[in-house]
Every structure is written in structure tokens, then in C-alpha cells.
Ligand binder design. Sequence first.
Ligand SMILES: *[C@@H]1O[C@H](CO)[C@@H](O)[C@H](O)[C@H]1NC(C)=O
Ligand SMILES: *[C@@H]1O[C@H](CO)[C@@H](O)[C@H](O)[C@H]1NC(C)=O
Ligand SMILES: *[C@@H]1O[C@H](CO)[C@@H](O)[C@H](O)[C@H]1NC(C)=O
Length: 308
Amino acid sequence: MARVVSYFLAICNLFCRSSKMDLETSLKECSAALELFLDNRFSDALALLKPWKAQSMYHAMGYSSILVMQAGMTFEPKDMDAAMTSLREALQTCQSFRKKTGIVETLASLWYRQTADNLTEEEMHAELCYAEVLLQKAALTFLDESIIGFIKGGMRIRNSYQIFKECQTMASVTKDMEERKSTHVHFRGGISMGIGSFNLMLSLLPSRVLRVMEFLGFSGDREVGLSELRQGAGSNSLRSILSALTLLMYHLYITVILGTGEGNLTEAEALLVPYTQRFPNGALILFYTARIALLKGNFTFLRDDPSE
Ligand SMILES: *[C@@H]1O[C@H](CO)[C@@H](O)[C@H](O)[C@H]1NC(C)=O
Ligand SMILES: *[C@@H]1O[C@H](CO)[C@@H](O)[C@H](O)[C@H]1NC(C)=O
Ligand SMILES: *[C@@H]1O[C@H](CO)[C@@H](O)[C@H](O)[C@H]1NC(C)=O
């Protein structure tokens, strides 16, 4: 597996540099980088994405996602700055692919939301990536912990949510595109992940807060969230694993912390199976495998842990 990826890297270094990056290639490279990441080869993943992060939205998004995760783990100011800079650049890259709306359209969209059936496939992906990067930026702003940071973060989250909703509308009017474009499955996977995570997270808020959020146009339906995430995890797309990881986080941590006690260990184990086979040593995968063993009270597994 790792060897195949290395060859891919080498070949790409030879050929991809000079030509323009198309959407399909950028999705392939982004998922190659994700595989490297899951295989603990973090610097290789960054090296694959870095050369194209100014020209391709998926490279930009992947690159900033890795830096954000790093910052979220270390909390060091240096890492936070690097992540913030990469997010700013990623937003610019995504913005350059988004459909330009003139002043007339902007005014018109104040009255009726543009259903945007005129967007190209690339422009649709740009909307999705933009929303995702915005959400990461919001998360990082919250870590800043000032009241200004809180308000800015809140506004970004709202903006991101609205774009996800618009993408969902777009996906429902462009059903026939699915057969034509191999990239469309990734677009749908992204929507499932975004809408699913939003619904699930909001559903965890106290009901009074949730009512305010619903008044502001958010929706926090737990069942919708779970079913979107399951759909995303089951689709064979770039973001399948991210949907799966969100579900695992819910079943293995959030339900335990909140004491709702409805985490489904059977489902968690089934979700993890394909990834334990592909990335037997992946840090993230081992982390969840150990958590399942712990929750099941399987101390045989924990004692067998080679790190001890
Ligand atoms: C946009 O979509 C509308 C309706 O689907 C169509 O009539 C129009 O020609 C499209 N415009 C462009 C520029 O593609
Ligand atoms: C847990 O998940 C499994 C597999 O997805 C399902 O068959 C089972 O009904 C679920 N259990 C509960 C309590 O929801
Ligand atoms: C407990 O972990 C061991 C070691 O990984 C495994 O062989 C065994 O099947 C697990 N038992 C259960 C009940 O899951």
C-alpha cells in the first residue's frame, strides 16, 4: 500500500508539475494524501499537497485540515499561527473557484435564493470546500477564547451552514449529473458529512439553546444527523472516513460523556472494520480500536497493546 503511494508520488512529481490540475486529479491526490495521513506519514501527506495548494481547492483544503488537526492537538501558538495562515490561503483558493456573482445577482438573491442549477461541477465543489474551510476557521477562532473570537466564529459557522444547505438543494436538483460525473459522488459525500455533523452536534445542545438555534435557521435533528453520516460513511467518497470518524466519536465518547448511554458499540465496530484492515498501524484507528476494547471491558486487548 505504502509503496504504491510512493510510486504515485514519484510519478506525480514528474508529470503533474507542469500541467494544470483538474478536479478529478486533485480529488485523487487529496485522497492519496488522506491515506498517507491515516498511515501516520504526516509529513509525506503535507509534501504531496503543498505544491498545489494555491492552484487547487482540494489540495488547499487537505493541507489546512492537517495543520488544523496538528494545532488542535498541540495548542502551541506557532502551530495555531501556521494553521490560521493556511486557512486564510485555502479560503482564497476556494474563493477563486466559486461562481462570481455580479451586483445584480447579489441583489436578486436577497429576494429569492438562487437555486444555482447553473453552477458547474467545479463551482459546486468550490462551494463545499469553502464551507468546510470556513468551519475549520470557526473552530480555530473559538480556541482563541475572546468575545470577538466567539462572535466571529459564530458568524462563520452560520455562513458555513447556509452554504451546506444550498449545496444540499443543488444536489437535489442535479440528480442526473451523478451518472455523468465521477466526481459527483464526492460532492454528495461532502454534503452528507456537513449536514450530518451539523445536525448531530446541534442536537446535543440543551433544548432551550437548540430552540434559539432553530429560530436562527439551524436544524438539530439527531436522527437526520445520524442517518446522513451513515450515508456518508457508506458512500465510497473522499470524506467517507470523516463521516465514519464523526460517528465513532459520537458512539464512543459523546454518548459516554453525556451519559445518554445510547452509543452503539456494534455499529462502531462495524464502521471500523474496513479501516483496521487497511491501516493496521494507523494512530487514529488504533485509538478508536482501544476505546472500543475499553468500553467492552476487553482487557485482553488492552494488555496485548504493543506500546506497553
Ligand atoms: C441557467 O439556468 C436556466 C434554467 O435552468 C437556463 O434557462 C439558463 O440558460 C442558464 N444560464 C446559463 C448561463 O447557463
Ligand atoms: C446498533 O447497530 C446495529 C448495526 O448497525 C443495529 O443492527 C442495531 O439495531 C443497533 N442497536 C441499537 C440499540 O440501536
Ligand atoms: C478482546 O481482544 C482480543 C485481542 O485483540 C481479541 O482476540 C478478542 O476477540 C476480544 N474479545 C472480544 C469479546 O471482543
